[in-house]
Design a protein around this ligand. Sequence first.
Ligand code: FAD
Length: 416
Amino acid sequence: MNTSSTSDAGVVIAGGGQAGFQVAASLRQLGFAGPVTIIAAEDRLPYQRPPLSKTYIKTDAGFDSLLIRPESFYAKNDIIVRMGQAVASIDRQASMVMLDSGEALSYRHLVLATGAANRALAVEGATLPGVHGLRTAADAEALRAAVGAAQRLVIVGGGFIGLEVAAAVRSLGKDVVLIEAADRLMGRTVSRPVSAFFLDQHRAMGTEIRLQTALAAVVGGARAEGVLLADGTTVAADIVLIAAGVVPEDRLARDAGLATDNGIVVDAYMTTADPRIFAIGDCAVFESPFTDRPVRLESVQNAVDQAKTVAARIVGPGEPYRSVPWFWSDQGPYKLQVVGLTAGADHVELAQLGEADRLIAYCFRADRLLGIETVNRPGEHMLGRRILGQDLTIARAEVARHDFDLKAHVASLSGG
Ligand code: FAD
């Protein structure tokens, strides 16, 4: 076994995705002078995942278009990226990580930014050629190549990724059938009226959507030829995309004796029970001021802001993580933006303002505004971020008024 140790073991980051990149970049921005090493299991420099399910699968864009920063950034900022290498285990007593190559690396601080992996479905045929998942650039490149030669795609899962791919592939003139086990689309993350809006829009775009429909098996011989549904019917397909959610990559922490509970458990500074080990991004579960139970969020905003929290904590006392959660999803011509965590809403006030392709959904629990969901209304989304970020309020009764104007309301609250 090789052991690399320097006088300052510096910061080792497990995972070269959005969060791993950001913690390295923020450490340098904050003047951290010690070694910074990213161990990146994928054989690629850190890149953005959002385009994978939107533009990347339907154009011939090169991989470089996805890069968060060009290669020169890492040399200029003295950030080492060890691509194609994974952290295999953590030795907390020795303050070392073991790589899959057998090499050991010392750390002063260790940041776990290992993301999440696609949830595998335990059904017959799920591993046949022609069955795809979509998490990495390599997955997107394989799907893009397969879509080019295919006419009919079955998508399993009506969450963001399944729906974004449905819209992208429909725009190429391919046939798409999407099956969803629940009774509505994006049920974990948006309110019922917004689910219903997107159901209508996707059907209008030509995607056949079947709700309350479970997958029983993927059928085929040498490769996937379709799916068998739980009601006994089959649907033919050239390609099957499984987009049934993700599971957090929290094994390293669990094996090292750190708490996990659908993700690596961290405090408000993104610190595990070991003060020298942090977890951020898709793999971390934390108490958010925006909801009353621990959450694990899968968004660029969350990955970036948690990384900044950790970098600040490493160089100084830092600040607890309090960022307003927000995310977006582009589905054909519809830009969905959500601010706040709206899953627990029991009352939704919808403002469509007479425009068929734009809407605002104010989501409340009792009288508390949990968040705002918008479609093609970026201005109101930004106002929503101000409201939740500055602890401003909107009363349910006020929103329900026919002439309620969000912009005027925010101006009056901010005194300007
Ligand atoms: P990741 O970006 O997944 O990076 C984790 C990295 O760690 C991976 O490269 C993984 O290979 C590596 N790794 C895992 N284990 C190890 C190990 N043991 N050693 C070394 N490396 C390891 N969010 C939005 O807000 N808006 C969107 O529109 C949107 N679209 C998306 C579309 C797709 C197709 C996908 C997949 C995600 C999308 N997201 C979107 C979510 C967003 O991309 C993620 O929340 C974000 O990438 C999380 O960053 P992360 O660094 O925590 O994880």
